[in-house]
Design a binder for this molecule. Sequence first.
Ligand code: IVH
Length: 677
Amino acid sequence: MNEKKIIINIFKKKIVELKKHNDNYFNQDNPIISDANYDELKKNIFALETKYSFLKELNLTNNLVGAKITNKFKKIKHLSPMLSLSNAFNIEDMKDFSKKINNFLSFKNKDIELFCEPKIDGISASLIYQKGILVKGLSRGDGKIGEDILSNLKTISLIPKIIKGDKIPDILEIRCEIYIGKKDFLTLKDKFANPRNAAGGSLRQKNSKDTAKIPLKYFAYGFGTVNPMIFKTQSEFLKKISQWDFCTNPLSKIIKNLDEVEIEHKKIDLKRSSLNYDIDGLVIKVNDISLQKRLGNTSNSPRWAVAYKFSAEKAVTKVKDIIIQVGRTGAITPVAKVEPVTVGGVVVSNATLHNEDEIERKDIRIGDTINIQRAGDVIPQVVSVDKSKRDKKSKKFIFPKRCLCGAETKKEFSKNTNKEDAVRRCLKGYECRFTAKEKLKHLVSKEALNIDGLGKKVIEQFWDLNLIKEPSNIFDLDYEKIKELEGWGELSINNLKKAIKKSQTIPLDKFIYSIGIRHIGQENAKILASFFSSIEEFSKLFDLKKRKKILINLFDLDGIGETQTQSIENFFLNHTNVRIIKDLINKLNIRSYAVQSSGGKFSNKKLMFTGGFKNMSRSEAKEITENNGGKVMGSISKNLDYLVVGDSKPTKSKIEQAKKLNIKIILEKDWNKILNS
Ligand code: IVH
């Protein structure tokens, strides 16, 4: 190779590297190098271009984003958390939503008044007004803590800086979606993949002058903390803030029942392409705010709202290969590697094939022409195979019976459905290196240890370099070795050290969620944490005899059934799992689980419910008890303060047991009295 070719190669490599970092920053929102290292790389590229004029002719630097990578935004806590929404994809899912809210509120299939809004596909932000003056502007961040982007938000002229009007609450947290109009995006097309990324990138500019150059717009759709609370319904809230000059979406409206939801869904889907902003569905909300309050939230999303997505965008492509992926629970998922194709503005090169049965049913083969669809952010799915285009010599795909680690895989029997699972699994847990790597990715994820800077890609890299093979290794990293790696400078290493140190203090519920027991998600982890209270109690699961006893009691907890207890048992029967979790515990400071609000009417009291209430579902009664400082138990023990007996079908044996242990037995009306005392 001559010298010119070598220089061109070096130059191209650096540009690829820079683009990767731009993608991490702008598209993934997950920068992995420091400001300084990024600047250095960029400087290097431009210096080379200046020195060698033949590089200029390649025209490779025109589209490089001018923004600086930064993680220097101040972090600020949201007054109320910014949650996400659960999704509905069809009328059945919507019926399910309606049934769930009816059950929770103990209504008998009532048509609860709903409010329907387009779901804007932009970037969410929170605006905090004190006595009508905009004082804080935050990005969503992890939902609890956002980044201070006030100066950038202030550049959006349509956002009121001072609210002019009457009866403005002292504190008003407005939630909105920032977007770039489709027409305005045309001028930015070369720099960003889609309008959403462009809005995100522009909002995160360090210099607000750069944000001001981009014509950002917004729609306000909700509120966080409002004090005093003056709104009674979502429709009234939007009307009021629109009078205060906030931009609200004109297509929003009150909806009476599910039939009307369906009509609206079709109507707006048809209008979608003519709108000047991207939408990806409708948001259906319970209109009455007092009902919203009663319904409350699960860990991540409100029970009173749902995103009713538009049907997925489709495209035709070809299967290049079918590979196997192993998930953190050992699930073996076949994935089709496809010829890259654009679906709804995103280039797709993988499509999930779900499981063995799905491949069999659709008879998907390597070389096939397929129709794929992408709904929301999920991995695209294969809709159908065009068999007329199939090569006659193509062979049926034989699903491997072994995991990538070599172990045999199994389809378990589900006691829930009384059927064999469709999914094949490797049951080796941490003993399988493929499962272990995925478990590590789960462990460091946002909802678990939440280690900034240790994302999926870094786990992959550190795994390959033998830096992290099991959870405890995270806390004994060889930073000297990391220092030698491309993209790691002093600043990013210091940030990583800090994030790891911070993650070492963790509440019990997060710890239980983090270790990745199958069927134990965030909600179940909370139930278990409230049962065990401390890591010392939880650690009794390591002991076979104690474990048997505990599992019997667990079975009684609301939300924990046979599937969950069986899964906990399986997890702890594996000696490698036990050793690894013990090692991890040694590295952590696990805080005992405290019931969130103390000082409530049931503060420090342990209650158990049996039988249904008249006007309230068990779930709502449980939530109210917990919000008032009480702890809801699943089984009777001498530590229980009250057994609350509902009118409908209470369990006699529980009442007998409680009598024997001298536990106070109260009725629904007594529970209400304490609550209202
Ligand atoms: S209501 C508790 N309404 O969608 C969350 N969200 O997936 C209540 N979004 O973070 C959200 N348009 O950024 C709501 N009309 C709308 C929305 C909307 C867009 C975004 C928002 C939210 C995300 C949830």
